[in-house]
Design a protein around this ligand. Structure first.
Ligand SMILES: Cc1cc2nc3c(=O)[nH]c(=O)nc-3n(C[C@H](O)[C@H](O)[C@H](O)COP(=O)(O)OP(=O)(O)OC[C@H]3O[C@@H](n4cnc5c(N)ncnc54)[C@H](O)[C@@H]3O)c2cc1C
Length: 383
């Protein structure tokens, strides 16, 4: 059931070739201008990578989750940033597993052909934060439509997406037995909504992530765009998201480790390579061991997911361990580079800022530990 690290050799060979056309200078310029890597995303789309999870009958390549994970890992490992488009892969899961046939026929071929971008996932809200069941955005049924009011925050890529997978409350929290009941997910046509009540405001962040605030003022969604009612729809999408983000963290960790080890061998101070000092070697070696352990968990989580098994604990652990490994590797890489770690042209400081996000999003480390304590170890719920 566990996926082997050598699987998807073709992906691991081809993705780096595509990424080679988008070197550090490309990302540095975008970073300075807070601009979206449209060319990079287009190249990935043209090569079919963004349709990896779409079944062949709808025009995609029908890869399992671990295939998408390999693509994202290789993107990060090559020094690029999959954050510009990774959502298309993890949002897809909810549509594939829970969407009805009419929805799949309507959306999937266009997404596979690159005519529609499904890049925005609207879950987080300013007042609810991690407590997803407390979201305040409502979708009220009126005839053959739902009318949406409320606000999302940190909705990444909203300005670069045609569709948003939106989480909204369809039954008030006071009227449901369990607080996670009464939540629904919809596919929102953002282009149509932008002239009918939807507004988007970019948020500048520590790294270049095209993230935004989104406001809904009586935005209408046709009832046929309801993908599913219930928290399980959200959760199954979140496990895919965690596994794919974990794969990205593995790629980041490998990039930092390779970069640090190479620099350690080449930089000479006191008449010998700095990498000859154990003080330089050990943090890099430790990060390598952390990365390899995390890799096993990522592959196990993906294997469980693909076999339709419960993978909540493994997906969470994979995300936490891989994010910790990439952060340890990032820290070791900056330290190995000394002052040069802070210079833009080495890309280390950019990747350092980018990988820091994964300690917080899409789920923070504290909440993963709480999940394990409660759901795996049977300890009392802490919140
Ligand atoms: C750049 C970026 C991109 C993002 N993209 C998206 C996106 O596309 N779509 C989307 O829906 N969301 C997105 N997010 C939101 C992200 O998922 C949230 O920021 C994250 O889930 C944490 O929520 P919060 O920021 O509201 O923090 P809070 O919930 O306010 O938490 C703040 C801190 O308190 C801790 N904390 C809270 N409760 C507990 C507790 N019970 N026990 C212990 N510690 C606790 C948290 O771990 C965290 O460290 C993005 C965020 C960022 C920064």
């Amino acid at each position: 059931m566990t996926i082997d690290v050598h699987d998807f050799e073709d992906i691991r060979e081809e993705v780096p070739k595509l990424c080679a056309a988008f070197p550090g200078e490309y990302w540095r310029k975008l970073d300075r201008e807070a601009a979206y890597p449209g060319d990079f995303v287009k190249a990935l789309g043209d090569a079919g990578y963004l349709a990896a999870l779409i079944p062949a009958e709808y025009g995609g390549s029908g890869l399992p989750l671990s295939g998408a994970a390999a693509i994202l890992e290789e993107i990060q490992r090559a020094g690029c940033n999959g954050g510009a488009c990774h959502a298309q892969m993890y949002i897809m899961g909810a549509l594939l597993r829970h969407g009805n046939e009419a929805q799949k026929q309507r959306f999937l071929p266009k997404i596979a052909a690159g005519d529609l971008r499904l890049q925005a996932f609207g879950v987080t809200e300013p007042t609810s934060g991690t407590d997803t069941s407390s979201i305040k955005t409502t979708a009220v049924r009126r005839g053959d439509r739902y009318v949406v009011n409320g606000q999302k925050i940190w909705t990444s890529r909203a300005e670069h997406s045609d569709l948003m997978m939106l989480l909204a409350r369809t039954t008030p929290k006071e009227r449901v037995a369990k607080r996670t009941d009464g939540l629904s997910i919809f596919l929102l046509d953002m282009q149509a909504a932008r002239s009918a009540g939807l507004s988007i405001r970019p948020i500048r962040t520590m790294m270049n992530h095209a993230t935004t605030e989104v406001f809904f003022d009586n935005v209408e969604i046709p009832a046929e765009n309801l993908v599913g009612k219930g928290f399980r729809y959200v959760l199954s999408g979140m496990n895919a998201e965690r596994i794919l983000i974990a794969a990205e963290c593995l790629g980041d960790a490998k990039w930092f480790i390779d970069k640090a080890a190479a620099y350690g061998k080449e930089r000479v101070v006191f008449g010998r390579p700095i990498g000859q000092n154990q003080g330089i070697q050990f943090p890099i070696a430790r990060a390598y061991a952390q990365m390899r352990a995390a890799e096993l968990m990522v592959h196990q989580a993906a294997g469980l997911f693909e076999n339709g098994k419960d993978c909540g604990a493994e997906a969470n652990m994979a995300k936490m361990l891989a994010a910790d490994a990439s952060w340890a590797a990032a820290e070791a890489c900056v330290q190995t580079h000394g002052g040069f770690g802070f210079a833009e042209e080495y890309d280390v400081e950019r990747k350092f800022r980018e990988t820091r996000l994964y300690q917080v999003a899409p789920i923070s480390t504290n909440l993963i530990l709480s999940y394990l304590a409660e759901h795996v170890l049977g300890m009392p719920r802490s919140y």
